[in-house]
Write a protein that binds this ligand. Structure first.
Ligand code: NDP
Length: 241
């Protein structure tokens, strides 16, 4: 069956790989992005996947955009909450703005995006919600009190919603990537990467966005109905829960 999938932050980085992988699996995919029109246009030209500009921190805009997607593609079966940002600072220097921006984008957006599709999934007795958390939500990270709090909160959201959705055929799972080779991570200076990051990753390399995308496809499959409330760790052995 051709499922309808929505991927937030779906036109760049890990999200772009997820959008492409779900399309390759036969899904009709809508990729949401915040404001990088050039990247979104290039992504659509390359993949044929339609993009929707929608700030996931705004509840009403999310509701309207999800309605537009349902008109274009049909009811949403799969939601991948992937959009995320960092605003790193040591806590004694962290501003309220940095705290709120990260919590709004990485945690509050889960409500904004998930609630509008939740009722329909319950009515149709099928749904797949997949949240891209982070290794730093599991272990914490100096300079990322805001990010780690949001990403840990995401895991609590997943475990709670999984219990609510279970009897309705809706699975809710989290994926916790370690270092993945997106633009953000590729910008890390080579010396820092080689001397301070790679020695802590037992497989000896950072991950590729496609490796996270394959985790998503696995959890999104119709056949994955017994897996819910789980946290799938994909970090090259850097942190074992
Ligand atoms: P990128 O910075 O490469 O891409 C982020 C995407 O999110 C972009 O498409 C961006 O849109 C979108 N986005 C950001 N803010 C909003 C918003 N308010 N509304 C809608 N869309 C928004 O990120 P990554 O691919 O590196 O990360 C993806 C996810 O994976 C994040 O949740 C991140 O925390 C998590 N993660 C990443 C790791 C890594 O090593 N890269 C490690 C662990 C977790 P636009 O293109 O318009 O800017």
């Amino acid at each position: 069956m051709s499922r309808v999938a929505v991927v937030t932050g779906g036109s760049r980085g890990i999200g772009a790989a997820i959008s492409k992988e779900l399309k390759a699996k036969g899904c009709k995919v809508a990729a949401i992005y915040a404001g990088n029109d050039a990247a979104a246009s290039a992504f659509t030209a390359e993949t044929g996947i339609k993009t929707y500009k929608c700030d996931v921190t705004h509840p009403q805009i999310c509701t309207v955009t999800l309605k537009e997607i349902e008109t274009d593609l049909g009811p949403v079966d799969i939601l991948v909450n992937n959009a995320g940002i960092t605003r790193d600072a040591m806590f004694h220097k962290m501003t309220l703005g940095q705290w709120q921006e990260v919590l709004n984008t990485n945690l509050n957006a889960l409500f904004n995006m998930t609630q509008p599709v939740w009722g329909g999934m319950r009515d149709r007795n099928f749904g797949r919600i997949i949240c891209i958390s982070s290794i730093n939500g599991q272990k914490g990270q100096m300079g990322q009190a805001n990010y780690a709090a949001a990403k840990a909160g995401e895991i609590g959201f997943v475990k709670s919603l999984a219990q609510e959705g279970a009897a309705k055929g809706i699975t809710v799972n989290a994926i916790c990537p370690g270092y993945i080779g997106t633009e953000m991570v590729k910008a890390v200076p080579e010396k820092v990467m080689n001397e301070r990051i790679l020695p802590h990753i037992p497989v000896g390399r950072i991950g590729e966005p496609e490796e996270i995308a394959r985790c998503v496809a696995f959890l999104a499959a119709d056949e994955a109905g017994f897996i819910t409330g789980s946290t799938l760790t994909a970090n090259g052995g850097q942190y074992m829960v």
